[in-house]
Design a protein around this ligand. Sequence first.
Ligand SMILES: NC(=O)c1ccc[n+]([C@@H]2O[C@H](COP(=O)([O-])OP(=O)(O)OC[C@H]3O[C@@H](n4cnc5c(N)ncnc54)[C@H](OP(=O)(O)O)[C@@H]3O)[C@@H](O)[C@H]2O)c1
Length: 336
Amino acid sequence: MLSLTLNRFQKSGFQGIALQERTSPQPQAHQVLVRMKAAALNPADLHIASGEMKMMSPVKPPFVLGVDGAGVVEQVGAAVRGVAAGDAVFFYTGLVHCGTCAQYMVVDAQALARKPEGWSFEQAAASALALLCANLSLSRAGVKAGQRVLVHGGGGAVGSAAIVLARALGAEVDTTASATDAAYLQSLGASTVFDYKTQPLNRLPKSAYDMALDGMGGAMFLQSLPLIKTGGVIASLKVMTGLHDMLRMGMKPPAIVKWLLPLMFRKYTRAARTAGVRLEGVATYGDGHSLSALGKRVVALGYQPRIAKTFALHEAKTALDFFVNGQPKGKVVVVT
Ligand SMILES: NC(=O)c1ccc[n+]([C@@H]2O[C@H](COP(=O)([O-])OP(=O)(O)OC[C@H]3O[C@@H](n4cnc5c(N)ncnc54)[C@H](OP(=O)(O)O)[C@@H]3O)[C@@H](O)[C@H]2O)c1
């Protein structure tokens, strides 16, 4: 089968990647062979390809890139129940497997979700990680009706899903994004869209939000704290507070990481404590059951994941270049 294979970690990103023929994998008892239809590229792929995660994840080169995918079940392992050949599925592999940018992939049956009715394979592939991530962040923060939520990066895959899910919980949502995304984000339910290129965070309303979702860490994290009410929550996708999510994802971090994490993020944990804001570091995990339910929920809300551009698998290297340099509005998807 044709696959987008990473042959070596490379700090600069995707240079160690090539289109290669590999032997099609065979499912074990609890696994399923999926004929892949689409795979989405994610910032996580860059982190993995650069070797940043190599202490934490068992994935070692050579391996096939991609953590988000959708396809059709081709063959099921002997112990798999409730999934049959021909089922249309989508899934997030976690950061411990990878492999969606190929014609076939073996997936643990428990990770598979039903492809939402009315979504293409491309849209399903574009949304698995983002849906799980946005939902986990909002649920960790305990967002409920009547609260005010600030979603940073609303134009992104995670941000747009978070706006839709937070609105469905009854929260009022403001977001930071490029001005060109304002109309799109208001159509998803955002009240105010702050243009991050012209409106610095220190000009946003102070102590106004019950929760902020931070996708970047650094200055975004620190400058968000004064915007959150005392007793509110910052859910960060970059500032990690512990290993529990990584262990749930199946990562096997060496013991030293447990000691290093608090040191690496001390500045942020202290700042949150001083501001009286609860910090939730979120590293996404989730199973097929929750993903199926989430897919159904957002489809019922009319959500359509945004796709910037699709590429054929043989054009995958161009897709990677567009993902890194093309300033895509929405997901870059490889049709497998
Ligand atoms: N911890 C986890 O489990 C986890 C899971 C998923 C993602 N993430 C992280 O979450 C972040 C978002 O992921 P994604 O998949 O949604 O990425 P994405 O689709 O590339 O979206 C990023 C969005 O952020 C916007 N943006 C860039 N700089 C900004 C700023 N200073 N203020 C506000 N918005 C800004 C971009 O807008 P323009 O394109 O208009 O500039 C873009 O719409 C990434 O950093 C990713 O690594 C973490």
